[in-house]
Design a protein around this ligand. Structure first.
Ligand code: FES
Length: 484
């Protein structure tokens, strides 16, 4: 049977976004069978894919380092990363060669059977069969030129990372090295249920439906014998040894996220321009913030006051929380951070709240529109969309001017340069602030109705954007809006 692989693995193998493959499937350029792609079809669609490029090997080196960190004894005896890369690659080639050999022998057996049938009763049957066998034998051998590079690379990646599929959502992510299932799921942009991340609360409990996992951390939380019998494990204390299917709770919206009180330590405060501060904070390892990208939280400082800010980071990095804060004399927290705060000082966070979050189930390309410091919420959403790796294309229109600047324009340009599916379009603000013309100019002949729109800006920009959508016959509810 033709070898098939999951969409996520196929995307990794040929170095494109999962959303790009989905788009090709919808356009009929690639076929799927029960949600999987035939390797040969993938190779046909991507004949120039570089399967042994250095970026893959660099990534693998990182994974190996993570994987061996937890066992110092084994680490002392292990070969270095380059040697390990080479050996896994060599074994993958051997496996590919043997695989090809087996399929040729299967073919040979079928043809031999036909030959015997055809030659039965012929006077010189034995002689002719002998001649046929000599010719057939030459065709069976496998040399390095006929090794299937796709198979080699796929095997190589399979050794280095296990794929996890979550039911009922069918969300997928990769568990690399010795990271926990919970860490890997969060890194992959999933809103898995969890609390302490440390084996105490039991909130990350999930059921292993198929595949093998291994405990990597002691936990105080006790699973009952019945739960163990049903395959329940703690996601924060187990890693995946093989590809796994997991039954796990995921937040489907902001109402599934509980209110939390978290202490934060100030890591640093940057001033990208004179009107904006970027506050970077860190949560305790065992008390991280569970939130959805685009949500807000209240920050408080004892004897100073409280203010409500968007969280400008991705839940996939739940210990490092970023906030973009306007320098504002009326805001006690902003004044304190601007004038008095020092690194390592403590703040407290209460939240999260708000429903300006990604529609994770939509396969549509995404248009983000930020106005001024509205980029804070949009940044979190974009980073989350990148972690989920589902959107085939992401556009960012950032409107700024007057007192506002594109204060993280360098970051946006870096995304633009590094990611094939991301495009950054800075816009100067004007009285009407209608980004519609710029959107139409960029999307060109693409059908704007096929996009999901997210806007964080003032009311003038919202009205301008809504007018644009209405003029194109796009339902206004296709726009998710958050006021600055
Ligand atoms: S998150 Fe608390 S036990 Fe895993």
């Amino acid at each position: 049977m033709a070898k098939r692989i999951s969409l996520s693995r196929a995307a990794r193998l040929v170095g494109v976004k999962r959303g790009t493959l989905q788009q090709q499937i919808r356009a009929g350029e690639l076929k799927t069978f029960e949600g999987e792609i035939v390797l040969a079809d993938l190779l046909h669609a991507y004949p120039d894919a570089q399967f042994e490029d250095s970026s893959m090997l660099e990534r693998v080196e990182q994974i190996i380092e993570q994987a061996t960190f937890i066992n110092p004894e084994a680490s002392a005896r292990k070969p270095d990363n380059v040697a390990l890369n080479s050996r896994v690659m060599s074994l993958s080639k051997d496996l590919s060669r043997q695989n090809r050999l087996v399929s040729r022998y299967q073919q040979f057996t079928r043809e031999l059977d036909q030959q015997i049938e055809q030659l039965a009763g012929e006077p010189d049957a034995l002689h002719r069969l002998q001649q046929w066998l000599r010719q057939a034998e030459a065709k069976i051998s496998v040399d390095d030129d006929t090794i299937d590079q796709t198979f080699v690379s796929e095997t190589f990646l399979r050794v280095m990372s296990a794929q996890a599929t979550v039911i009922p959502s069918n969300h997928e992510f990769f568990v690399e090295g010795a990271e926990s299932i919970l860490e890997a799921g969060l890194r992959g942009g999933l809103a898995l249920n969890y609390g302490c991340s440390n084996g105490n609360c039991g909130l990350c409990k999930l059921r292993v439906v198929s595949g093998d996992v291994r405990k990597i951390k002691h936990h105080d939380y006790s699973l009952t014998e019945a739960e163990k019998g049903l395959g329940y494990v703690l996601g924060c204390c187990n890693t995946a040894l093989t590809d796994v299917v997991l039954e796990a709770d995921e937040a489907r919206g902001s109402s599934d996220i509980p209110q939390q009180n978290i202490p934060l330590r100030i890591k640093k405060i940057d001033h990208p321009d004179e009107d904006v501060m970027i506050l970077t904070t860190r949560t305790p390892r065992t008390s991280r913030l569970r939130f959805l990208a685009g949500q807000r939280a209240t920050l408080s400082i004892e004897h100073v006051g409280s203010s409500f800010y968007p969280i400008a980071s991705c839940p996939c990095d739940d210990m490092n929380l970023q906030f973009h804060i306007a320098v504002d004399k009326e805001d006690p927290i902003a004044c304190y951070l601007d004038e008095s705060a020092r690194s390592n000082e403590m703040l407290s966070l209460e939240g999260p709240s708000g429903s300006f979050v990604l529609n994770e189930d939509s396969p549509n390309p995404l248009v983000f529109i930020a106005q001024g410091i509205g980029f804070a919420s949009i940044k979190g959403l974009i980073e989350h969309a990148m972690a989920l790796d589902v959107a085939p294309q992401i556009y960012l229109f950032w409107i700024a001017g007057g007192d506002e600047s594109h204060y993280l324009g360098n970051l946006c340009r870096a995304w633009n340069d590094a990611l094939d599916n991301f495009e950054y379009l800075p816009l100067e603000s004007c009285a009407s602030n209608n980004p519609g013309d710029a959107i139409m100019e960029r999307l060109g002949s693409d059908e704007p109705a096929g996009f999901d729109y997210y806007l964080c800006g003032d009311d003038v920009t919202r009205i301008g954007t809504q007018r644009f959508l209405e003029s194109r016959g796009i339902p206004v509810n296709q726009l998710r809006y958050e006021p600055i």
